[in-house]
Design a protein around this ligand. Sequence first.
Ligand code: AMP
Ligand code: MG
Length: 322
Amino acid sequence: MKTVVTRSPEEAARFVREGDVAAFPTETVYGLGAAIFDAGAIRKVFEAKARPVDNPLIAHIATTDQIACVASNVPESARRFVEAFFPGPLTVVLRKHPEVPAIATAGLDTIGVRMPAHPLANTFLAACATPVVAPSANRSGRPSPTTWQAVLADLDGRIPCILAGDRTAVGLESTVVDCTIAVPLVLRPGAISVGQLATLVPGTRLVVGSDGEASRRSPGTRHRHYAPRARVVVVASPAEVAAPTGAAFIGIDSPDRPESFATVRLCRSPAEYAHELFAYFRDCDAAAIPVVYCQLVPGEGVGAAINDRIRRAAAGFFSLEV
Ligand code: AMP
Ligand code: MG
């Protein structure tokens, strides 16, 4: 299959309207979209990514009116989150509309819904004239793509179209918050922090390892994720890195002897770290770097999302199921 790279959202939307798939940029990462009511097209998304079929997709909408097409009930908590953070890097999990095919949500009776804050994404989604289900546009298990070139590297010849935009602003996937329970639970941290959500709906909290129920609610978080081919080692400070020869380092604080690393990426803020992380993983793979040290950051704001992704990338090296 030839993969067309286009700058035209209308051209990319034509593939979706005709029952095929197209990759597109958002403010978080690039997504791989299919029309939500077209089970055949959704199957192509799973096939192109080699994605496990128990990993649900997120419905992307162009207008808040479309929520009613994909979800059957919008509780008060979700209403508040939607009003405050749509469009933006937040996915609300709601009861699924019965007409949404089961394959879209991996058989769950809930559905994640998001409205991206990205002009090209919005023009594309509007031109699709339907909600679009989209996971990140990477081969399953790889770091999410933050550039169209990263999408091409993973999916060239496996998808018919990539809508090319700029490098994504946030760099990590959306915050996912389950609103189907009495007190909302953040299943995946992202750029919208748990604190921001808890301000609107008191009690909203981040899932923890002992929340066995939550892993059933968000099956995707069980799978290997975000991992480069290199081994990822999580450190609290660069001083913990003993023998860095040939290794890479990404974080906020400079190591004592930066010249002993093959490459060092210092970030001035957690936001810049989030923006850089997945692209850095891919750069390290291209340079065949065997080990990437990643510095933990304070867990506030987007810091919780960075720590989550680097821990998963580290765990993913040892096991396919984390
Ligand atoms: P991706 O966009 O590739 O990061 O994949 C979407 C992720 O969103 C999944 O792996 C889940 O972690 C989460 N997700 C999507 N739909 C649901 C849902 N109905 N319930 C809980 N989590 C979901
Ligand atoms: Mg993904």
